[in-house]
Design a protein around this ligand. Sequence first.
Ligand code: FAD
Length: 320
Amino acid sequence: MDWYEPKFKSNETIENCNECGVCYYICPQTEPLIKLLDEQYSVKDKIGNIENVIAAKTTQEKIEEIGQDGGIVTTSLVYLFEKNLIDAAIVSLYDEELKPEPHIIFDKEELFKAAGTRYSISSQILPLKELYNLSLEIQEEKGIYDIDQLRIAFVGTPCQARAIRKMQYLSIKPAHVIKYLFSLFCFENFDYYKLYEILEKETNVPAENIKKTTIKKNFFVYTKQDEKHEVNIKKLDPAVRNHCHSCDEFTGRYADISVGSSGAPKGYSMIITRTSIGQDIVNLLLSSNYISQYIVPVNERQEWKQKKMNLFNRMVKLKK
Ligand SMILES: Cc1cc2nc3c(=O)[nH]c(=O)nc-3n(C[C@H](O)[C@H](O)[C@H](O)COP(=O)(O)OP(=O)(O)OC[C@H]3O[C@@H](n4cnc5c(N)ncnc54)[C@H](O)[C@@H]3O)c2cc1C
């Protein structure tokens, strides 16, 4: 791919594409590998396998300020870097007009520039191709002489997590270096230009003046001057990415860990662990006090988890 264009496809080479078909197989919206992935990741319904569901938030003051919700994703990645469990992470940085920029980062400090959510498309798969051009400096710093030694954490939306799992299933390199797969919950995503055009029309706030955006039923814009604007989420429909209309995901069922705010108490994130890899990280984050768990009131304990599952199921159904 050359950015979004299939660079190798031309009238002269179209036969190559017909014979190869890799794009088709790894596209998150195609069916052929789904049953196999479901088997591999014990997926039996639209929510997917669940080792555990908890609500938690970061204990790190700096991340509390910049995280979107409980700062769980950033804190997890900080932990993985600090304990030397990863060499790099694929995250979404952004420019001064909040335009997402997918990036592979090699340094924990860069994580602080990625914290928070930008509700528009960030093509998290693209940075994978940079792995074959690692600078000598990075290779020396990380002690890597072969790409196979790299250990990467990946953060993306459910469709992106699914594409990674499909690549891994087919042994398409370099997806094999992704050791930790984080999926954000995602109801829908927006085209950057259309989204900010509508937001400016509705609020009079240009993108460069926006500090943060959140979705809590409606869309909220927080400006750098600390003003708050509410935009009816329906007004943003024309900006919704077309593919989201036929997506049946919400929580990211093929990830190691899924993180979102839906169902979480204020300031917390919901965390769904799905694999032993995901569960191990959350156990370590809790036991080493990087995150703290929401204590469910005694009288709600029995039905708490079921209520969250019902909510996630409702969200998937709503999408359809
Ligand atoms: C398009 C979109 C729609 C979402 N919709 C919902 C929803 O309906 N319900 C819900 O509960 N949660 C939703 N989320 C997830 C939610 O906004 C938070 O990202 C999640 O709760 C994690 O919060 P945190 O504080 O732990 O993350 P933080 O510690 O703040 O880290 C956020 C991470 O998200 C990554 N990121 C930011 N923007 C993007 C992007 N556009 N694409 C890929 N990665 C990105 C950053 O690299 C960063 O690592 C959505 C996220 C996105 C990107």
